[in-house]
Ligand binder design. Structure first.
Ligand code: FAD
Ligand code: SF4
Ligand code: SF4
Ligand code: SF4
Ligand code: SF4
Length: 411
């Protein structure tokens, strides 16, 4: 019986699936097994749409369909968590197994705190995540930097610090550092992201640490919960997955790479936040940038923290209706309501019609609040801070009430 903290090299016993999977196919095998054994009613994962720049979320109920979700789409910048709330009724009446990157998982926790997702009904199979590239940037980068027509690319991967493409006529890799120095590469929120290994999911799967003859052929699996352990053990027992102990050198390498990624995240945070200035200067920058806003609501619609049926930004006494750009209160409302819980998923920036760096603004505020109050969003069920709460003792007192509201101010 495996337990939290155990680690394995694991690979699928299905030869056809092994060809399609990113590394060992453990993730897809586990999802398929959970569905076949009726541990879940559906699997929520990602499949390739029109091309490699088009990551499409899919709910699968027939195990025969699962193989089409194998493989990693690094130009797929979608967030899975809000979709569970929006389209699957927060998993309130169905059990699902789903693949989660760090931001997907953090979004699920924040929604669960707000009772918008029932985590008891979700098996989270986490994947390590070094970052994603916006489809628009990816196309431009492949044309400009690789000198390749983006429509001829049929495969991309990120390996050993390189972005690698396979296209009609060859393959090419360029170092991500080099690409990022020139303004290409991963989304800016991904550069700042420090949730690299999804240890708060049920299983954390990746390729870091797989070396020797299993390199590229096995998935590195870390067991992170009892739920994860039972699924993993059952799949191994049924012969769906084969396993071996990880190579000790591989373990060391995994830790080294993770630490290097965390340092890189700190470096980008320092750089990006410094570019905003502080105090009044920062405020001025935010006011200036958000003055382009056309009130399309994409930032609110796609944010995993925004869940309210009646959003305050639509209250006429707070934000004047029919006015574009909206008064600054529109953005202030979001800062006040969600800055403490922002998980830096990047959706409010990626999908902003006016390319306003909303995620940078919000993430910068979140990190400040984290420094002040010690609250880390997205990693557990601890209730969010309330803007009214000024001291850690007060926060603790509030948590003890089991509510995130001191007063019911809406009564
Ligand atoms: P498979 O059996 O091939 O299953 C892959 C699963 O990932 C499928 O369920 C698929 O639906 C899902 N998926 C694909 N694209 C996305 C997406 N954009 N968002 C959410 N789910 C998706 N591992 C590392 O060790 N280091 C890394 O830096 C790293 N970066 C990654 C970046 C991204 C964007 C993704 C999606 C994965 C990354 N991984 C990374 C994990 C790695 O690529 C494999 O997914 C993991 O090792 C499992 O391998 P597998 O063969 O078992 O997966
Ligand atoms: Fe991956 Fe983090 Fe970017 Fe999410 S925010 S895609 S977990 S690097
Ligand atoms: Fe994601 Fe933006 Fe919401 Fe933060 S504010 S959680 S970056 S959508
Ligand atoms: Fe709710 Fe505030 Fe987000 Fe509107 S901006 S959905 S009121 S959290
Ligand atoms: Fe304004 Fe951009 Fe939000 Fe749309 S997504 S409401 S343009 S800030």
């Amino acid at each position: 019986m495996s337990k939290k903290g155990d680690m394995f090299y694991a690979w699928t016993s299905d030869a056809e699936l092994a060809k399609k999977a990113e590394c060992g196919g453990a993730v897809t095998s586990l999802l398929k097994f959970a569905l076949e054994k009726k541990m879940v009613d559906g699997v929520f994962a990602v499949t390739k749409g029109q091309d490699i720049y088009d990551a499409v979320p899919v709910l699968i109920t027939d195990p025969k369909e699962i193989d089409k979700t194998a493989g990693s789409l690094h130009c797929g910048t979608l967030l899975m968590s809000k979709l569970v709330k929006k389209y699957l009724d927060g998993a309130s009446n169905m059990k699902i197994a789903m693949t989660v990157k760090g931001c997907d998982m953090m979004g699920l926790y924040e929604l669960a705190k707000r009772q918008q997702v029932n985590l008891d009904n979700v098996i989270m199979i986490g994947v390590n995540c070094g970052g994603t590239v916006s489809p628009v940037t990816a196309r431009k980068m492949i044309a400009d930097k690789f000198g390749v027509d983006p429509d001829t690319v049929h495969k991309e991967e990120i390996d050993k610090g390189q972005f690698i493409i396979e296209y009609e006529g060859g393959h090419k890799g360029i170092s991500i550092d080099e690409l990022e120095e020139q303004g290409y590469g991963r989304r800016s929120n991904c550069r700042r992201c420090k949730l690299k290994v999804t240890r708060q999911a049920d299983l954390a799967c990746g390729n870091w640490g797989v070396i020797g003859d299993k390199a590229g052929k096995a998935t590195f699996v870390e067991v992170c919960s009892e739920k994860g352990a039972s699924l993993f053990d059952a799949a191994v027992k049924a012969g769906v997955l084969k396993t071996e102990a990880p190579n000790p050198k591989g373990l060391e390498m995994r830790t080294k790479v993770e630490n290097a990624m965390l340092k890189l995240g700190d470096k980008w945070r320092a750089k990006d936040f410094a570019s905003l200035g502080e105090g009044r200067e920062r405020l001025k920058k935010i006011v200036k940038e958000t003055s382009r806003c056309i009130k399309c609501y994409a930032c609110i619609e796609n944010c995993p923290i925004c869940y309210c049926v009646e959003c305050s930004t639509k209250k006429p006494y707070l934000v004047t209706p029919g006015q574009v750009p909206p008064n600054f209160m529109f953005h202030l409302i979001r800062f006040a309501h969600i800055a403490d819980s922002c998980v830096n998923c990047g959706q409010c920036q990626e999908l902003c019609a006016m390319d306003i760096p909303n995620a940078l603004f919000m993430h910068a505020q979140q990190v400040e609040l984290e420094k002040m109050f010690g609250h880390v969003p997205g990693v557990d069920m601890k209730l969010p801070l309330l803007a009214l709460v000024e001291e850690r003792e007060e926060r603790d007192r509030l948590s003890a009430t089991g509510s995130d509201q001191i007063f019911d101010i809406f009564k």
